[in-house]
Design a protein around this ligand. Structure first.
Ligand code: ADP
Length: 403
């Protein structure tokens, strides 16, 4: 089955064409600066690579560019649109309504629109991509894969805040958790790599990218996730603050005479390692270079980040009454061996010992704990697009679509 995976943002649209049988990526690319000027990047498994300006006033024109390139005689990987069996859409917030992937229908779009105020930055942008695809390929099966769905197995003790219960009842204010597509892919891949039954192991996934979250997966189900009502909660991130006492925010707003919106901008865009390093950088590579040159703020930012990750891992080991696998993934988790070593240093009490040579290997999947470690520690490259393709193929197969 050929699956077109779409990840639509407000001004960009990423795509991949994946053969679900071989799990091979036939083509991938991104439309950027949609509604501004338009840049189209495209690569195929046969070595074709394009990066060129293409005017794209809206998402429909972006999808049109993708489809015509994919079916182009010279550059394409399909002969016509009909060869795309399913389109899998990455959708950020499914609220409590969506606990798994679904066929996108008018009713699903209506229900998602009702979730828009839960994710005002992401959901409307996702839906614009869905609309564009539905207009251009009205007969193609569309499957929605939610970033929140995998986390929906959390129990009330994990997802409720200590707020008056009526606000959960009235407005569904609760913890949802994000990065679910990545956490599902990585926890499953870890079990496969270690030849384990995922329904019998306790895994903690550390998705450490610009946005970062930790997820506790017990016997294949999420029991906790460090992100909350929004992706702001939890770890200190690239530019997001993570956990902060709300009382400090009221204090700050009064002192600096800020309104809510201004405070939120600080928390989302000016905080995290960027804020701690006094605007030096949100990029962990640059912070590491600065740390080597004795930049104390950069060193402190990395130290706080690692400490916070270790605290969450420790608390999730307690929440699951043990842990079999700890997995690092995403930009920082996959590439920053020093941060991994620092985090694992805090976790010696769990019986974790790291093989320093393995920790520096760069592979799709590698076990970095040594033979004596009581917990398997791994580094696995996340692959959200493949997970979306798998979900889309599974939904299609349930409907009897086979190719
Ligand atoms: P997101 O998808 O949340 O934007 P990514 O998972 O792509 O984030 O991660 C981006 C982050 O990964 C960047 O902030 C960068 O600091 C970090 N990163 C990428 N490569 C390296 C590396 N070799 N060493 C340290 N950090 C890295």
């Amino acid at each position: 089955m050929k699956i077109l995976v779409i990840n639509s943002g407000s001004s960009s649209l990423k795509f991949q064409v994946i053969d679900s049988g071989t799990e091979q990526v036939l083509a991938r690319g991104v439309c950027e600066r949609i509604g501004i000027d338009g840049i189209f990047t495209y690569k195929t498994d046969r070595g074709i690579a394009i990066k060129e300006p293409v005017p794209m006033e809206n998402h429909k024109q972006a999808v049109n560019t993708i489809l015509s390139t994919l079916s182009d005689k010279e550059k394409g990987v399909i002969q016509d649109f009909g060869e795309i069996d399913v389109i899998g859409h990455r959708l950020v917030h499914g609220g409590e309504k969506f606990t798994g992937s679904v066929v996108i229908t008018d009713e699903v779009i209506q229900a998602m629109t009702e979730c828009n105020d839960l994710a005002p930055l992401h959901n409307p942008a996702n839906l614009v991509g869905v609309d564009a695809c539905r207009e251009l390929m009205p007969d193609t099966l569309m499957v929605g894969v939610f970033d929140t769905a995998f986390n929906q197995t959390m129990e009330p003790k994990a997802f409720l805040y200590g707020l008056p219960y009526q606000y959960y009842e009235k407005y569904k204010i609760r913890r949802y958790g994000f990065h679910g597509i990545s956490h599902k892919y990585v926890s499953t891949r870890a079990a496969e790599f270690l030849d384990q039954d995922p329904r019998r192991v306790k895994t903690i996934v550390c998705h450490l990218g610009n946005g970062a979250s930790i997820c506790a997966v017990k016997y294949g189900k999420v029991i906790d996730n460090s992100m909350g009502f929004t992706p702001l909660e939890g770890l200190v991130m690239g530019t997001r603050c993570g956990d902060v006492d709300p009382g400090a925010l009221e204090f700050l707003a009064k002192k600096e005479n800020l309104d809510f919106q201004q405070v939120m901008t600080i928390l989302n865009q000016e905080s995290g390692v960027l804020g701690i390093s006094k605007n030096y950088s949100s990029d962990f590579r640059e912070l590491k270079d600065a740390e080597i040159k004795y930049n104390e703020r950069a060193a402190l930012a990395r130290e706080i980040f690692a400490y916070k990750v270790a605290k969450y891992v420790g608390s999730y080991a307690a929440a699951m009454n043990g842990v079999d696998n700890i997995v690092f993934t995403a930009g920082v988790g996959e590439n920053d061996s020093d941060i991994r070593e620092e985090i694992c240093g805090y976790l010696e009490f769990l019986g974790i010992t790291i093989d320093e040579v393995k920790n520096r290997e760069q592979k799709e999947a590698v076990k970095i704990s040594d033979w004596s470690s009581k917990v398997n520690v791994l580094v696995i490259k996340t692959n959200e697009e493949l997970e979306i393709a798998r979900e889309a193929a599974a939904v299609a197969a349930q409907l009897g679509v086979t190719t």
